[in-house]
Design a binder for this molecule. Structure first.
Ligand code: SAH
Length: 382
């Protein structure tokens, strides 16, 4: 059943990609560089398993985790309580560093944006945001994206590859190493960087489990938020995981016609199916869902649309996060004016909907998802 669902998912996504591709490009396939697996990809149980199948003692897993997540060492050599032979084995098998920092930009408001280069030359973005309640980090899950939202910079150029779990984990470790210098801590994580996390589901789940592990970075599930464009079968799967992770859905429009214009994924998974899946999630988890709603001038920001939105979600345990859309030069959308954003918020409130407006950070350093990478993309190894 699961296999069948996956196959169906792949086919639907593939259709979507073909349908939305500007023009088909025939490229000669190039040899892909070998990616060494990241040691950070391993959950604690997987680490134990690797050790025992390699003739080592399982308890070493705890020691390795301590080096990785508590002491945050930069080389295997530094893991000084491990036998030399084991350190060499680890070195031969795994990469401890899969990300190198190409750009680090700091905004006036304290936001820091990292552009990291991967082993095969692709680049990804990670953003550290400073709030009164702590430091939050926005991580990337894929190199590019194949979902094709028409307002989004991350999808320009399509999907290059999925990230390994360890490449997602290492983004947090790298930022934490930066914060170590000022004795600060990453206190929350949003999976809202480049990519569709539910399109790289297994790696994302491993990432969540490693973050959540008290021997890992020990970041509580309630301090982690995952956002999806609406890959329906994965929403059911996620609901069944029973983790207390905050869950967000990018809605952006209150009806099928408008939504599929903005988000081609809505052709594969209809709004009605999406709402059913969201209801399943709220029922199963007992938690509320956050609907993200980017306001684009003349597209989805009138009072009439706000009323339609309120009607769509009024029976769902939810919260709406209104996003003043970031301008993407390759796209035509214009951000809704401040007064209209407030009017939209007011209409929703009057209808009894919980609503907030997303605060902007790092506007002076192109901190919105995909913006820095879009600037950098020409330098990537293609
Ligand atoms: N793929 C996932 C998570 C990454 S995007 C998703 O779609 O939810 C994180 C959020 O940023 C999503 O709500 C997405 O719709 C929004 N977003 C994309 N492009 C944007 C833009 N130009 N301005 C503001 N928000 C944008």
């Amino acid at each position: 059943m699961e296999q069948e669902q996956l196959k169906q998912f792949d086919e639907r996504i593939q259709d979507l990609v073909e349908e939305t591709a500007d023009k088909p490009v025939r490229r000669v396939k190039k040899e892909k560089p070998q990616l060494k697996p990241s040691i950070y990809s391993l959950r604690l149980d997987e680490m134990k398993e690797w050790l025992t199948t390699n003739g080592e003692k399982a308890f070493r897993a705890g020691q390795i985790y301590e080096w990785l997540y508590e002491k945050r060492v930069q080389t295997f050599e530094d893991m000084s309580n491990l036998p030399k032979a084991l350190r060499e084995k680890l070195e031969a098998e795994f990469a401890l560093t899969t990300l190198s920092t190409i750009i680090k930009q700091e905004s006036k408001d304290g936001t820091i944006k990292f552009l990291f280069q991967l082993q095969d030359g692709y680049s990804i973005e990670t953003v550290l945001m400073r709030h009164d309640y702590g430091n939050s980090i926005c991580v990337t899950t894929q190199v590019g994206c194949r979902i094709g939202c028409t307002f989004c910079a991350s999808t320009l150029g399509g999907l290059k590859r999925h990230l390994m779990a360890g490449e997602i984990v290492e983004q947090v470790v790298k930022v934490q190493q930066q914060l170590d210098e000022t004795n600060e801590r990453v206190s929350s994580i949003v999976i809202m960087g480049i990519g569709e996390p539910f399109d790289n589901y297994d790696a994302m789940m491993n990432f969540l489990k490693i973050m959540n592990d008290d021997k890992g970075l020990n970041i509580g599930a309630r301090h982690i938020t995952v956002s999806t464009s609406g890959i329906v079968p994965k929403i059911y799967e996620f609901a069944d995981e029973g983790m207390q992770i905050n869950f967000a859905v990018s809605l952006h429009a209150p009806n099928q016609e408008a939504r599929q214009k903005l988000m081609p994924i809505a052709k594969a998974y209809k709004l009605e199916e999406l709402m059913e899946a969201v209801k399943y999630y709220t029922k199963k988890s007992g938690r509320r869902v956050t609907f993200e709603y980017g306001l684009m001038s003349g597209e989805n920001d009138t009072e009439e649309v706000a009323l339609e939105l309120a009607k769509l979600i009024k029976n769902i345990k939810c919260h709406v996060n209104l996003i003043p859309i970031n301008y993407v030069p390759e796209r035509d959308y214009i951000r809704t004016s401040r007064s209209k954003i407030f009017a939209f918020e007011k209409t929703l409130k009057e209808q009894g909907i919980n609503v907030t407006i997303r605060r902007e950070q790092g506007a002076d350093i192109a901190a919105a998802c995909g913006q820095l990478r879009a600037q950098e993309r020409s330098h990537e190894t293609k």
